[in-house]
Ligand binder design. Sequence first.
Ligand SMILES: CN(C)C(=N)NCCC[C@H](N)C(=O)O
Length: 288
Amino acid sequence: MPVEEFVAGWISGALGLVLGHPFDTVKVRLQTQSTYRGIADCMVKTYRHESLLGFFKGMSFPIASIALVNSVLFGVYSNALLALTATSHRQRRAQPPSYTHVFIAGCTGGFLQAYCLAPFDLIKVRLQNQTEPRAQPGSPPPRYRGPVHCAASIFQAEGPRGLFRGAWALTLRDTPTLGIYFVTYEWLCRKSTPDGQKPSSATVLVAGGFAGIASWVTATPLDVIKARMQMAGLKQRAYRGLLDCMVSSARQEGLGVFFRGLTINSARAFPVNAVTFLSYEHLLHSWG
Ligand SMILES: CN(C)C(=N)NCCC[C@H](N)C(=O)O
């Protein structure tokens, strides 16, 4: 099994992640808290209350973990395509796989990454939702002191299953949308590149950016549900399951609730995925 795709996936995931984390924090807060009037209000309040550091809460952990998940995504995707089409990453420009194969390989990568991602994403969401400023003398300490403390507290309070809260919503979110992600990327690259040639860096940037937007636009409704289910363990409001969360959110807040965070998700998706694909392609090319 070729491993360079896993390594390139890890490095490119980490680069994309640093760029996108402030957007991600604003998104998670908008989706799970009703104290903000919109993106600008959330940014201003975060900055006033917590300084620039507030936007980077919970980032050190995703760098190690979510970048690793990106490596699972890209590694599984490429190896699934190898199994389906018997072509390596190098051969795929000359013998492009069908879009059906790209979609199946993307869904496989999405499905497997969701399982690795679930506990890490839960911890990230819980830490991002701590709005207390950095510990000051006399002020009550935040509920979680960091990622390890957060994982241990969830484990203690909710048991091992607590660490997989929201995992179903995450799997449903990621399986089809990562198929869409890779199909969009391939389609845009092929449309703007002569047959058999390597896409230019500009093409990879634009195709990667739009692939990110397409996948996040379709993922946003389940992203909202996933974030709410992940936070439910902390709040009084407990959902009986995914469907219950969807129905009660829609009843209480209207259908618009499924699009909370759509603008910020899309704004974040372009730079993050442009950089992710560019560095991924570049690394694989430089390794021969
Ligand atoms: C759930 N969806 C839509 C995705 N995971 N899409 C793929 C983008 C991955 C990238 N690391 C990012 O965070 O944008």
